[in-house]
Design a binder for this molecule. Structure first.
Ligand SMILES: *Cc1c(COP(=O)(O)O)cnc(C)c1O
Length: 412
């Protein structure tokens, strides 16, 4: 066991201020559970949805193009194609990139399963590369080491809202003729070296699930500057069907199924909500930034808490605030800290169990753990604290109080 010499003494003070943990029957910091993320819906949002319900188009109507144009403008991309989910959007991107059996695509193990699954949907081969220890995004050197003659795509993940190292990845892509599909489901509104995420990679994927920055209920989007990719994405969204206007002038029933697509359409109901929500993106981002500032300030005193990084040349969109728990300064492990925070009614979470460690991936590909040491070690330490634009001052204080209480209790 470690000695006490590394204890700075700050934690002794905290321990004496600590009341009994809710985990052991004490009074929780909050009466009700604070979720880690939550949507916000205003009267204007509700009116926008009601207007659609009273109109002619519940789906495949004008609100879809409107939402696509609003998002494209917001992220500085030429084209945007909306889908029924972020997962559908990622699947479409892998299709549009023309990946299939025999092709390899590289992604991060520290992501939601959908980033990896979408490669398998198209029968392509998935390769993981380890992450960088500070941003927890794909390490370009590791990607470089994974390249083969068959590599066709890289799928970086803007983990927590922090853009991946896009310049280095795009340079690799350029040199080897690869497509970069950026999973920016955490990163709507993020900035990378002065450029807007969504306009940088060949294709960029977003999700509008209610825990994300803005919501359409379920929904997703691909942004791209490439007209050919946009056309393939659009066709894939609706069964691979092409409605050529010239043909239909004479034969209005006429259409052609060109590709094997899906029904991945989003509704006008969802898009009206999304367009309305997008008006508040900058205030949403500013709220998150303020919460991050307060968390960072509060946790500098805690040896056992490693706050998430934001590099100087980016602006994270702060979808989540993942701390790392440094067990060296604690008498317990991450699992107990997690349980103790939940008992205080702080809705902590863990993002993510590395994808290759899921039973499906272990069974199908033979992963056993140990393949991606950086991602695996950091995963063991991760706890996501609540952050969302509707959090009150009191909510933020409760989180800080609970973290102090729990870390104080378990301090070495
Ligand atoms: C949310 C999310 C997805 C999937 O989005 P859905 O809209 O839930 O399908 C994919 N990747 C990441 C990193 C996500 O956070």
């Amino acid at each position: 066991m470690a000695n006490h010499y590394h204890n700075s003494g700050k934690t002794d003070r905290l321990r004496s201020e600590t009341s009994e943990l809710a985990l052991y029957g004490g009074k929780p910091v909050r009466e009700r559970l604070l979720p880690y993320g939550r949507h916000s819906v205003t009267p204007e949002d509700i009116q926008a949805v009601v207007d659609v319900l009273q109109g002619d188009w519940l789906t495949t109507g004008p609100r879809i193009a409107e939402f696509e144009e609003t998002v494209a403008e917001c992220v500085g991309a030429r084209y945007a194609v909306a889908f029924s989910s972020g997962t559908a959007a990622l699947h479409a991107a892998v299709f549009a990139a023309d990946l299939g059996p025999g092709d390899e695509a590289i992604t991060s193990p520290l992501t939601f399963a959908a980033t990896a699954n979408c490669v398998l949907y198209q029968g392509a081969t998935l390769v993981f590369a380890d992450i960088e220890g500070d941003t927890l995004t794909l390490d370009p050197d590791q990607v470089n080491a994974c390249l083969t003659q068959k590599t066709r795509a890289i799928l970086p993940v803007d983990y927590a809202g922090h853009p991946a190292e896009l310049d280095a990845l795009l340079e690799l892509a350029e040199r080897h003729g690869l497509i970069v599909i950026e999973d920016a489901c955490h990163a709507l509104g993020a900035i990378y070296k002065g450029r807007r995420v969504g306009s940088i990679s060949h294709m960029t994927a977003y999700s509008f699930h209610p825990v994300k920055h803005i919501t359409t209920g379920e929904g997703g989007m691909i942004t791209t500057n490439n007209a050919h990719l946009a056309e393939r994405l659009r066709r894939f969204r609706t069964h691979g069907i092409d409605y050529t206007p010239s043909e239909r002038a004479n034969s209005p029933w006429y259409y052609q199924m060109i590709d094997l697509g899906f029904n991945y359409r989003i509704t006008d109901i969802g898009c009206a909500l999304g367009t309305s929500q997008l008006q508040r993106l900058s205030t949403n981002l500013a709220c998150r930034r303020e919460i991050v500032r307060r968390y960072n300030d509060a946790f500098t005193n805690l040896d056992a808490v490693i706050a998430p990084t934001e590099r100087a040349d980016v602006e994270s969109a702060w979808h989540i605030y993942p701390i790392q728990v440094d067990a060296y300064y604690l008498t317990t492990d991450r699992a107990e800290i997690f349980r103790a925070l939940r008992a205080e009614n702080i809705g902590v979470n863990v993002h993510y169990i590395p994808v290759h460690l899921h039973p499906y991936y272990q069974k199908r590909f033979g992963y056993r753990g140990g393949e991606y040491p950086v991602a695996e070690k950091i995963y063991e330490q991760l706890i996501t604290l609540p952050i969302f634009s509707g959090m009150s001052e009191q909510d933020v204080e409760d989180v800080i109080k609970a973290v102090n209480k729990v870390m104080g209790y378990y301090a070495y």
